[in-house]
Write a new protein. Structure first.
Lengths: 869, 600
């Protein structure tokens, strides 16, 4: 087991657990000036890629994220070959420069840098204002002017603690302001309750319990004030752990699960206590009472304390482990360990996982260790391989699992290989293992190895990767401009590559200012095609925003969803195309969208309406929709449209509509000369109709209409009764007759050339309505009615005058009509007789009659029966 | 019996659709906390009564109001408008909000568009300067089940919009609604469409599938095999004829709204006079389901038979004491159907009072004469008569449209004469109505020879009825006239459009035959389930045909479809979807009104 001995030799024992420090990247490119200049993306200015932790304000994002730095101008620094202007620098975890931009001069002093959880770089200035930078290009968002987080006159920042989603600021006048929506453009800082720090007291240290660990969902800020610790939140202040008598606390750190607090007391004691301060879990007395520069949790089992040159790892039991550093370091806590950044290297310190201990632990005889050993023998073609297998055959699955898991925890690729090989050796003898377990691990390791590559520089552990998820990982790769890798990972893991391609396309456009549209379009389409259903409109919108309207126009052509395509076409001034596409889409709402857009646009121009009318007149759907809309509220525009496009008849109908609206207006009626305007409108309509020969009928009708209005007006004046306006010719005649004004009726009849047949219907009806039976009889005897006596019969029956009706029924010539009339009067016998008389279709009529009568009787009896029942 | 129909026997899971609509609505009401006044547009209020009991809304603190031009009377601090996207409603909303202002009422306003917000409506809100005050949302109600086999898109104005205004919004709506159905029931593999709007809807449906595809991976076979789309314009003849089925007559005489008729309480045998009662009419009423599609006189016989048989049973129960308990139980069970029998006796009796009138018979008779294109003079004089008598203008226009359609228009002299008579009798304000009817081709000048006789012969539209009690063809529906629309459907399911292609060219609008999806089982034109080898292959499988009418469908036509699927050897069920259930009157009335107001 020689190979495993060397592995475990590098481990350190703390309490009963092993810890190991893995060097991930070393040396870091920024420490050797020659290489940095060569690979610097800063462009020309030498030394942009240099970083010295002792002279810079540095922030590092968790989950293997990037590192940002700005030279600390509060320190005296010897400039080597660097420019004197300060720059904001961005590196990958492997020390590769990603971007840099000049630091805006004349800003208040920079207090601290931090990354938000969606990887925006935040810079807190000493006056309590915040700058935010977009990755990967360090573009200030939303603008280059800082957003204030503190109320005015608060004295600036005394201390600040960031977490992924926010920041807690302690002001110089000892107030606490918390911002939890740090990702939005206009964050909303809230001041917490007054911590009650008196003038002669000093806040020694500060820590935050992140909102996700607090019941109320808002963060809790812990302050070491004098010899007490207070917890501050929105509702109040609580003094903690008075009973524990800890004394003044100099440094604090909250554990990754938010439950524990590591506190360094004034007397050199390190205490681990629950965040509610209910008891002391353990304490360790350090050699130095000087507070450490940095304090951090390493997982949940140990606490790291850093003084210059010494890093001390303290666990619950036993002696602490001490590491020495001859250069400054920075502790970057991760969920499962701590990364240690120095000027020359990036290391990862973590607890050795159980499965790894099982295999590599000195003297381990666990099945996993034996399996690992067996593979070694097998490769050496030693028969001992099989001996080992026989020893562990009963616990083979767990041994294989341990090997697979252990491979996952390794950064060293060759060790991953040997562990996986050991697993495959076991797999050959084993069928119980969950299918795919091995392949999954291989897949994950491929992804992890790819992103750990120094060129990419994301040293994620498998645990971090699982917690971060592959989707977020691709998002982070995008933010580091690693689109190809992000795309390949998406493909490899069957994730939707839409986000990646979309982001790539936008970045590509932003970075290709010099490339002609056609060329750029081709290269964009090439990639956009890879993803079905991707929004071309979104890419086009981006192109338009970066000032490439022509490119946008070309891109939007490829958008398949009209509802996305059309608004964009409008925003890039492609109205005609937008109109065309909206009509093709069949979605009338989109057509309206375009119509209103064009209408609004031309409204400010001179020849506006005519242009607009021209555009829509060529497109029937647009035209019809405009007309429909305009009928509701844009009468004048509609009339203009009709007149300018030669639709005279439609304009005429519009005039008629207006005339009717006048009629509804009470001021315009009641027989006053105010009828003038109404008549004039009808006459205008008449003339418009007359302009085209297709509308001769309408023209004549309008003429008659105007005439009728005048006649009615006269009638109202002469009868002094306002009952004529608005009624029809027939009704006017009826009214006249009912009023006994036969002369007026006859005059209307002749003026409007009312046919005799209609005249008989009208007069009979009118006389019956007023019950003038004598006049009716006289009228019937005037001459033989042109349409027979039917009008008389019906008028009488309708008025319920049986006797009067009978007078005329006998005069009916058509037997069928006669029969019907009798039926209506309920004279069934006579009806039957008449029906029999009816020639030709007599049989049919009779049967129908019998049928209807029969039904009536039948249903009556039925009704009676049921109600009696 | 409830107005909300029972959908358990539906060939498609329509309950799920209705439940989704319920949920969507309740979510809106729930999302606005506290007391609120829910203001619903009048038409939508009727529609909602088919979806849920309005009392449920009150449980969530909603006071209900119907939207009108008048100011809103409520104490609630929150007002929620639930309205269809129509310009006139926007003005009502704007007026109500503006009315609150001078009173110093601090209210929160919400506006939910049904089924979606539209630019045109929001534009009006902007112009009225109330847009800023409103929180806007959508209630995506595209389709409502009227019964277990009937869906409604609730688009009252679809016909006049498509035919007269050229506004094809409803076509998009129909396509969207069908696409939504496809998300639930799978992509419909076969589409047959006839008419301008229908073919457009089919195209839109295809585009929607491209833009926003229904993922067929986790679905089984599509539940709807065939979609048949028909424009009302293709067959305007049928709705002009008087319906003679029970349901058709109820709609013609009393007008069915949202699955209910409203009649005087006295008609239903109640004592209170003058009070109106609502009678729900849907398949949940078993007797109604049995008789709704029958001719009125057959209905009378069926109802009578039922009543008599119960009476006999009653007599037996009374006279002998030998019945077993189970026999008695059986009898009691049958007694439960008594209220149903009484209800339909009352309604049928009421209908009979209209249908027995000589004028009604004269009318049905003249319709037959017009359909047979036999005696031009008689028909012309009849129409002239009723105009001069000033019968209701709807009645006149129904016949006039029918007359014009079957004759391919009227000779100029007659045309102008009748138009003049109409204007003289009903007023010159109907000028634009006549113009619109002419534009729509419904009443026009004769320019070519009529092909109605040819169509009618080829499709056997006029059929002699042998035994009215045991019909063997859909022509029983109109006592000897088989509705053109349904004959087309019959052909479409039997053999596709190809066999009647020449004939289709004689009818308005293009036609289209589409196959979609990759895995179509049969490449032949024959539908699975129709008579032929397919039906023997898949025994017991009834395929489902969705028949969509853009512009409306009459109860009689639905009856004809039900009759078809009940015929032996027909292996398919029909599901009808329509923009609106119409009669000749309800089809023409909005056209008359809008023309008069100058809105079309």
């Amino acid at each position: 087991m020689s190979s495993s001995v060397s592995v475990a030799a590098e481990w350190d024992l703390l309490s009963d657990r092993f810890y190991r420090r893995i060097t991930i990247y070393s040396p870091l490119p920024w420490s050797s000036p020659a290489t940095t200049t060569a690979s610097s993306s800063g462009g020309g200015s030498g030394g942009v890629g240099r970083l010295d932790l002792s002279t810079h304000i540095v922030a590092a994002a968790p989950f293997g994220g990037p590192i940002a730095a700005v030279r600390d101008d509060s320190k005296i620094v010897q400039l080597h070959s660097e420019p004197s202007r300060r720059r904001l620098l961005l590196f990958s975890s492997s020390g590769h420069p990603l971007a840099s931009s000049p630091w805006t001069p004349h800003l208040p002093r920079l207090h601290s840098l931090a990354f938000s959880s969606s990887l925006n770089l935040l810079a807190l200035l000493s006056d309590g204002s915040l700058l935010r930078f977009h990755l990967p290009d360090l573009r200030p968002t939303p603008s280059s002017s800082p957003v204030p987080l503190l109320p005015p006159a608060s004295g600036g920042v005394a201390d600040a603690v960031f977490w992924g989603g926010g920041v807690a600021i302690l002001t110089e006048d000892n107030r606490v302001v918390v911002t939890t929506d740090i990702e939005v453009d206009d964050p909303h800082p809230r001041e917490l309750a007054d911590p009650g720090v008196s003038e002669d007291e000093q806040v020694l240290c500060m820590a935050v319990v992140e909102p996700q660990f607090v019941m109320s969902g808002s963060p809790e800020v812990l302050l070491g004030v004098g010899d007490r610790v207070v917890a501050v939140d929105e509702d109040g202040v609580q003094v903690l752990g008075e009973a524990l008598e800890i004394g003044p606390v100099q440094r604090m750190a909250v554990s990754p699960n938010g439950k524990l607090l590591a506190a360094f007391a004034h007397d050199g004691r390190l205490l681990v206590i629950p965040t509610d301060f209910s008891r002391i879990i353990f304490e360790y007395e350090c050699d130095s009472a000087l507070p450490p520069d940095q304090i951090a949790w390493c997982g949940l089992d140990s606490v790291l304390l850093y003084w210059p040159e010494v890093l001390l790892m303290v666990g619950p039991n036993g002696d602490p482990v001490q590491y020495n550093y001859d250069e400054p370091i920075m502790l970057i806590p991760e969920c499962d360990g701590v990364r240690i950044l120095s000027n020359s290297s990036m290391e990862f310190l973590h607890r050795v996982p159980d499965c790894t201990t099982l295999i590599f632990g000195i003297g381990s005889m666990s099945p996993a260790a034996l399996l690992y050993d067996a593979r070694d023998h097998y490769d050496k073609q030693s028969a001992k391989a099989y001996d080992n297998y026989q020893l562990i055959s009963s616990s083979l699955p767990e041994a294989i699992e341990a090997c697979i898991d252990a491979a996952g925890y390794e950064f060293d690729v060759s060790r991953q290989h040997t562990l996986l090989k050991a697993a495959t050796y076991g797999l050959a003898f084993c069928s119980q293992l969950r299918h795919g377990r091995f392949q999954e691990m291989c897949k994950m390791l491929r992804v992890l190895n790819a992103i750990r590559d120094p060129e990419i520089g994301m040293p994620l552990t498998i645990q971090q990767y699982k917690l971060l998820t592959a989707t977020v990982l691709t998002g982070r790769l995008i933010k580091a401009n690693q689109h190809l890798l992000a795309f390949r990972i998406s493909e490899y893991l069957n994730l939707n590559p839409e986000v990646v391609i979309m982001h790539w396309a936008c970045e590509k456009i932003a970075a290709s200012a010099a490339i002609p549209d056609i060329v750029l379009l081709e290269s964009l389409l090439d990639k956009l095609r890879l993803c079905k259903g991707i929004s071309y409109a979104a890419v086009a919108a981006h192109a338009d925003n970066t000032g490439r309207r022509k490119l946008a126009a070309m891109l939007v052509d490829h958008e398949s969803q009209s509802s996305k395509q059309i608004p964009l076409l409008l925003s890039i001034d492609e109205q005609d195309k937008a109109l065309q596409k909206s009509i093709e889409s069949g979605d009338t709402d989109l057509v309206y969208l375009v119509l209103f857009h064009i209408w609004q646009k031309v409204a400010v121009e001179k020849n506006a309406p005519l242009d607009f009318f021209g555009i829509i007149n060529a497109r029937p759907l647009a035209r019809d929709l405009f007309m429909t809309y305009a009928r509701h509220s844009k009468h004048e525009a509609l009339k203009d449209f009709f007149l300018s496009t030669g639709r005279l008849q439609d304009a005429a109908f519009l005039l008629l509509k207006e005339s009717r609206e006048l009629e509804k207006n009470p001021m315009a009626s009641k027989g006053s000369p105010l009828h003038g305007p109404q008549v004039r409108l009808v006459e205008q309509a008449h003339r418009l109709f007359a302009e085209t020969k297709e509308h001769l009928f309408e023209s004549k009708s309008a003429e008659e209409h105007a005439k009728l209005l005048r006649v009615q007006h006269h009638l109202e004046v002469s009868t002094k009764q306002a009952i004529f306006m608005g009624s029809s010719v027939s009704d006017t005649i009826k009214t006249c007759i009912a009023m006994g004004n036969d002369r007026a009726a006859a005059k209307v009849k002749s003026e409007f050339k009312v046919p005799d047949k209609r005249w008989y219907w009208l007069k009979a009806c009118a006389l019956a309505t007023v019950g003038n039976w004598d006049a009716l009889e006289t009228f019937s005897k005037e001459k033989k009615p042109p349409g027979g006596y039917k009008p008389f019969v019906e008028a009488c029956i309708d008025a319920g005058q049986k006797t009067e009706a009978l007078k005329y029924i006998v005069k009916l010539t058509d037997s069928a009509e006669k029969s019907q009339a009798y039926t209506r009067l309920g004279m069934d016998k006579e009806a039957e007789a008449a029906a029999l008389q009816a020639a030709g279709n007599g049989d049919e009529l009779f049967s129908r009659l019998k049928f209807t009568l029969g039904q009536n009787a039948l249903i009556d009896t039925l009704r009676d029966r049921l109600s009696s029942y | 019996m409830a107005q909300i129909p029972n959908l358990d026997n539906s060939p498609l899971n329509l309950t799920a659709i209705r439940e989704q609509s319920q949920k969507d609505l309740l979510n809106i009401v729930k999302s606005i906390r506290g007391k609120k006044c829910l203001v619903i547009d009048p038409k939508l209020a009727g529609t909602l009564s088919l979806i849920l009991q309005t009392s449920v809304l009150k449980e969530y603190g909603a006071e209900l109001r119907i939207l009108s031009a008048d100011p809103l009377q409520t104490e609630c601090p929150k007002v929620v408008y639930l309205v269809r996207a129509q310009p006139n409603y926007m003005k009502f909303v704007a007026n109500q909000i503006k009315n609150d202002e001078p009173k110093g009422l601090q209210r929160e306003y919400f506006l939910y568009f049904v089924p979606r917000r539209t630019v045109a409506c929001e534009k009006i809100l902007e112009e009225e300067k109330v847009h800023q005050k409103l929180t806007i949302g959508e209630y995506p109600l595209y389709v409502v089940p009227l019964d277990e086999d009937v869906l409604s898109f609730e688009l009252d104005y679809s016909l006049q919009e498509c035919l007269i205004e050229g506004d094809t919004s409803s076509v998009w709506h129909v396509a969207k609604a069908i696409h939504k159905l496809e998300f639930a029931f799978g992509v419909i593999p076969n589409i047959r469409a006839k008419g301008l709007a229908s073919t457009k809807a089919a195209e839109l449906l295809n585009n929607m599938q491209l833009e926003d595809p229904v993922n067929m991976d986790n679905m089984g076979m599509p539940e709807i095999d065939t979609l048949i789309l028909l424009d009302r314009e293709v067959d305007m003849v049928t709705p002009m004829c008087s319906q003679l089925t029970y349901e058709g007559l109820l709609d013609e005489m009393l007008e069915i709204h949202n699955g209910c008729v409203e009649v005087d309480a006295s008609i239903m045998g109640a004592q209170q006079d003058g009070k109106k009662v609502k009678v729900p009419l849907n398949s949940s009423d078993k007797l109604y389901k049995e008789i709704r599609d029958l001719n009125l006189h057959v209905v009378v016989q069926v109802v009578r038979q039922k009543a008599t048989s119960i009476q006999q049973d009653y007599a037996e129960v009374k006279s002998t004491n030998t019945q077993s308990v189970s026999e008695l139980k059986d009898f009691v069970k049958r007694l439960h159907s008594l209220p149903e029998i009484a209800r339909h006796v009352n309604l049928a009796q009421h209908l009979q009072s209209f249908a027995a009138k000589p004028s009604f018979h004269a009318r049905v008779e003249i319709e037959q004469v017009i359909l047979e294109v036999e005696n031009y003079e008689t028909c012309f004089e009849y129409i002239e008569d009723i105009i001069q008598k000033q019968e209701p203008i709807e009645t006149v226009l129904r016949l006039l449209v029918l007359f014009s359609l079957t004759n391919a228009g009227l000779p100029k002299k007659n045309f102008d004469y009748l138009r003049r008579e109409i204007l003289h009798s009903y007023g010159f304000e109907h000028m634009s109505l006549l113009y619109n009817l002419e534009k729509a081709g419904l009443v026009k000048r004769q320019e070519s020879r009529s092909n109605w006789v040819g169509i009618s012969r080829a499709l056997q539209l006029i059929v002699d009825i042998k035994d009215p009690e045991k019909p063997d063809d859909i022509s029983y529906i109109f006592s000897g006239y088989a509705p053109l629309s349904i004959r087309l459907v019959q052909h479409a399911v039997r053999s596709g459009w190809r066999s009647i292609e020449e004939l289709l060219k004689l009818l308005p609008g293009p036609h289209l035959d589409l196959k979609r999806g990759v895995s179509t089982i049969s490449s032949s034109e024959v539908l699975p389930g129709s008579v032929g080898q397919q039906s023997t292959d898949r025994v017991g499988h009834r395929s489902l045909v969705l028949v969509v009418f853009i512009g409306g469908v009459t109860s009689a036509e639905i009856a004809a479809l039900r009759f078809l699927s009940s015929q032996e050897g027909m292996g398919y069920d029909f599901l009808v979807a329509t923009t609106k259930i119409i009669t000749g009157n309800t089809l023409l009335r909005p056209i008359i009104a809008s023309s008069k107001e100058g809105m079309i």
